[in-house]
Design a protein around this ligand. Structure first.
Ligand SMILES: Nc1nc2c(c(=O)[nH]1)N[C@H]1C(S)=C(S)[C@@H](COP(=O)(O)O)O[C@H]1N2
Ligand SMILES: [Mo]
Length: 456
């Protein structure tokens, strides 16, 4: 994306102190968003895989979802170093050649964003409104984090491993830093990966090095890793203490919950997605094949069952031959639809620990770990599918542009469905993060946002 002089001025106005880092980021993140993805936010990059992606066992890299809180850095591999310090006997500074001397490990694993499916929670919650495609299945190659930690020599008090990436700062937005508890960090399947699908990691996916944490949600899969610090205590940075937490018990939907009373997101849950037929599609007459992909977390996927009668009866789907411990499985099931009518198709995953994908789920304040069984409504034998009308963006008034476009675009706001009270909280959060909102403009900004992007 090219910035006009006016946009540059907006940026400097909207992001006090953004300075050189901010400008560098804008250059680094420049580029046209891919045409074959659903763009939730062009900058920072939040791209969702369309449903066709669930027809591939390995997700083609150019169709793999991208989730970035800050700006994507442009890392020069020649000067890049990995620093390992903290509760270790020998702090290390490794370049890529030194890292590659450790045993190479390859594995296929699903990577799913904790917020995948957030867009389905009611009441709606703020954040990228992902539907199904904030997930992908790739072949990762690298070295074991355990081998790196062994080389440095873990001290007895080691409790958590803190990873920091080269994310480019944005205003006063907290840096993306995450910890993984020591037991998961030294698990032989937890990798520092430098390859994805047989090629060097692309920039958007963490070049030159990212963490791979099979079975755990994407927020632990730190990209652009430069620093590893072993801690003898819990880390209290924003992305551990405030974000990526959910309540251990059901809470009143729509309420705020004290982060101290919530727990960090770790493992993902069994889930299946129907790629075809599509919701609203007109099918048949004649046999129809349901196809999709299914996965689970630390306990592998055991089975997928389908229902073509709104959940009254279930029968097993056929699982594809391609499989890996943490990978997803393609599945298919034949359906001979009755001559005419309207039917709800469902697919439900079960893991080897016996956890079954639910038909309904408790709400949580940030909309994490959605795995409610998908419902695909199709009609057989009559009429044509009705296409949903395309939505067009309203024109953003100058005061909203001045305060809110700079760090990210209009798309970040247009994707939300929030009440006025929720928009108030967003304004406060963005102000803390560096947005400058003139008090006199606040009511007009709120009117616009709540008016156009309220709950439906
Ligand atoms: N440094 C850094 N690492 C990061 C993030 C980030 O914003 N910065 N986003 C995380 C989140 S929330 C997810 S879901 C995954 C997404 O990985 P992908 O973009 O390769 O799909 O990266 C994780 N690693
Ligand atoms: Mo995520």
């Amino acid at each position: 994306m090219k910035l006009t002089r006016r946009q540059w001025l907006h940026l400097c106005y909207a992001v006090p102190g953004a300075g050189l880092a901010g400008r560098w980021a804008l250059q680094a993140a420049e580029g046209t968003p891919p045409a074959n993805m659903i763009i939730r936010s062009a900058r920072p990059e939040d791209f969702e895989m369309p449903l066709e992606g669930f027809l591939h066992w390995l997700t083609p890299t150019d169709r793999f979802f991208v989730r970035t809180h800050l700006y994507r850095p442009k890392v020069d591999a020649a000067v890049w170093r990995l620093r390992v310090e903290g509760e270790v006997r020998t702090p290390l500074t490794l370049d890529m050649a030194a890292l590659r001397q450790l045993p190479r490990v390859e594995l296929v694993s699903v990577l799913e964003c904790a917020g995948n499916g957030r867009g389905f929670y009611r009441p709606t919650v703020p954040g990228a409104q992902w539907r199904y495609g904030a997930v992908g299945n790739a072949r990762w190659a690298g070295v074991r984090l355990a081998d790196v930690l062994r080389k440095a020599g873990l001290k007895a008090g080691a409790k958590q491993v803190l990873l920091n990436g080269a994310d480019v700062p944005m205003g006063a937005v907290p840096d993306f830093q995450r910890t993984v508890e020591i037991s998961k960090a030294v698990h032989p399947d937890t990798l520092l990966a430098f390859e994805m699908n047989g090629a060097p990691l692309p920039e958007s996916h963490g070049f030159p090095l990212r963490l791979v944490v099979p079975g755990w949600a994407g927020d632990s899969w730190v990209k652009w890793v430069t620093n590893i610090q072993v801690l003898d205590r819990d880390f209290d940075g924003f992305f551990m203490k405030t974000a990526y937490r959910r309540p251990p018990h059901p809470v009143e939907p729509g309420t705020a919950v004290d982060p101290a009373k919530m727990q960090p997101v770790t493992g993902i849950r069994p889930k299946s997605v129907i790629a075809t037929p599509l919701d609203g599609q007109h099918v048949g007459p004649g046999a129809v094949t349901l196809r999709g992909a299914a996965w689970a977390g630390e306990a592998p996927l055991a089975r997928v069952d389908v229902s073509t009668d709104n959940g009254r009866t279930w029968r097993p789907a056929r699982l594809g031959a391609d499989r890996a411990r943490y990978g997803w499985r393609l599945w298919e099931a034949e359906w001979n639809p009755p001559p005419a009518g309207s039917y709800v198709l469902m697919a439900r995953a079960t893991d080897t620990a016996g956890e079954i994908q639910p038909l309904a789920q408790d709400w949580n304040p940030s909309g994490y770990l959605w795995n409610v069984v998908q419902q695909v409504r199709v009609t057989v034998g009559q009429g044509a599918a009705v296409a949903a009308p395309a939505e067009s963006l309203p024109t953003f008034p100058p005061e909203v542009k001045a305060s809110c476009v700079g760090c990210h675009g209009e798309d970040m706001m247009a994707g939300q469905r929030l009440t006025r009270a929720q928009w108030e909280r967003e304004l406060d959060k963005m102000t803390r993060w560096g947005a400058s909102v003139k008090p006199a403009d606040r009511p007009a900004i709120l009117d616009f946002l709540a008016g156009h992007f309220g709950p439906r």
